[in-house]
Design a protein around this ligand. Structure first.
Ligand SMILES: NC(=O)c1ccc[n+]([C@@H]2O[C@H](COP(=O)([O-])OP(=O)(O)OC[C@H]3O[C@@H](n4cnc5c(N)ncnc54)[C@H](O)[C@@H]3O)[C@@H](O)[C@H]2O)c1
Length: 413
């Protein structure tokens, strides 16, 4: 198998870290055992565009164990862990990913995956799927999508009637977004901020832009560390929820004046822009955990800047013409994956269990329409059951009388 990675000699470190992640991914391992025994993916060609992390490595490994030929490129130029790509390349995966690759290299690497003519795509952000559509590549039976931003793009493609194969929106499984987006992003975003800055969260004014699944998790964790959390929103219901959850809610223009740390997690564009940067305090830290690096207007930040220098890894100092200093984390790219390692394996266990089962679902259901669908509730629930079991947690089940009561309407007051 060909590959394009930084350094194959990093493989031994990669193996150790992949094994560590594997020990926290019992649900994926169980699915992997079945895939290996039954060779459910025998000779299938699978093209993945995912963050190249230790958790992804374990997903890729079980696909290969199931008999598939697997090709992998990065879903973000800064999130590739080079030791992981080395280990996967050594294990016969077609990896095309190097940390720090530029935009041209990013798409070159994606092209290498597409040259393998994959039948199933596993995407994170929909760059791979949209490229296949733009190039009119043939032979794809279906695809899965990992994240909120990707699902939004794909639903738009469905609406525009341009989708050429079915998509399973893995993000929309409850066992994905309730846990990965909330607890995964919550914890790993804080991890990224700390690794890039080592600032004290306690006592800070911590601004969270967007109170969706990721924003809820981040606000919860920042509060847990003693921050005064401020939420900005555009959705009145989410704004109300944030207020009733006990946070301050205000427009970004007001938050800009008081915030010490700003993190965007909206999936939207230019959430922090010129007028906000001009109002910010000297020393304010700005980062993003949304999928693309468009949430902070970097072009405007550069225009406002007199001097720029790197202060620490993933922390860039911008001295504005006024003399004020602002600090941008990981070039405005996902701070949890660039400055830290992404979500803990324990939560990716469920996300990637959904991915593995979604691939199998597409192959077993030849009549899926060219729309964005979700995995059946039964599969979602089976993942929750397995996760609970792996945690040693038992729950009650409905008695026959309860089942009857919950499906009838006759009994009232
Ligand atoms: N960092 C990670 O590892 C990670 C993990 C999962 C998802 N994501 C990405 O994070 C982003 C958010 O995902 P989510 O699942 O929380 O989505 P979501 O749809 O649940 O929440 C997004 C929220 O942002 C709000 N919003 C939109 N525009 C806004 C604006 N201008 N100002 C303030 N709020 C605004 C929306 O009203 C919504 O409540 C997406 O890009 C997603 O792909 C990142």
């Amino acid at each position: 198998m060909k590959y394009h990675i930084k350094n194959i000699n990093l493989a031994s470190e990669g193996y150790r870290r992949i094994d560590w992640a594997n020990s926290k991914m019992p649900v994926l391992s169980l699915i992997g055992d079945r895939f290996r025994r039954k060779k459910v993916l025998k000779n299938r060609r699978i093209g993945c565009c995912l963050h190249v992390t230790t958790e992804t490595a374990n997903l890729v490994r079980i696909l290969k164990a199931g008999g598939a030929h697997v090709y992998l490129c990065a879903s973000n130029p800064l999130s590739t862990q080079d030791d992981v790509s080395a280990a996967l390349a050594k294990d016969g995966i077609g990896v095309y990913a190097i940390n720090g690759e530029n935009r041209r290299e990013y798409y070159f690497n994606m092209d290498q995956v597409l040259k393998a003519k994959p039948e199933i795509l596993i995407d994170d952000g929909a760059d791979l799927i949209s490229t296949v559509h733009k190039k009119r590549t043939k032979g794809v039976l279906g695809a899965t999508e990992e994240t909120t931003t990707g699902v939004i793009r794909l639903k738009q493609m469905e609406q525009d009637k341009v989708l050429r194969f079915p998509i399973v929106a893995v993000n929309d499984s409850l066992t994905k977004h309730l846990f990965d987006n909330r607890y995964g992003t919550g914890q790993s975003t804080i991890d990224g901020i700390l690794r890039a800055t080592n600032v004290l969260i306690s006592g800070s004014n911590f601004v969270v832009a967007g109170y969706g699944w990721c924003g809820r998790g981040l606000a919860m964790r920042a509060r847990g560390m003693g921050a005064n959390v401020i939420v900005t929103e555009v959705d009145p219901v989410k704004a109300l929820e944030a207020r009733m959850d006990g946070y301050n809610v205000m427009p970004m223009i007001d938050a800009a004046k008081v915030g010490d740390i700003f993190i965007t997690v909206t999936g939207d564009i230019k959430v922090i822009r010129r007028e906000h940067m001009l109002k910010m305090k000297d020393g304010a830290i700005i980062g993003n955990s949304g999928h693309f690096d468009v949430e902070i207007d970097k072009v405007v930040l550069k225009k406002l800047t007199r001097r720029q220098r790197s202060i620490r890894n993933f922390c860039e100092e911008y001295t504005l013409k006024s003399g004020k200093k602002l600090y941008l984390l990981s070039e405005g790219r996902l701070v949890n994956l660039a400055a830290a390692e992404g979500h803990p394996a324990m939560v990716m266990d469920m996300s990637f269990a959904n991915q593995a089962l979604a691939v199998e679902y597409i192959l077993n259901n030849k009549k899926l329409k060219n729309v964005v669908c979700t995995l059946p509730v039964k599969i979602d629930e089976s993942i929750a059951h397995l996760k609970l079991k792996s945690m040693g947690i038992k729950i009650d089940s409905l008695t026959p009388e309860q089942k009857h009561y919950l499906t009838s309407w006759k009994m009232g007051t």
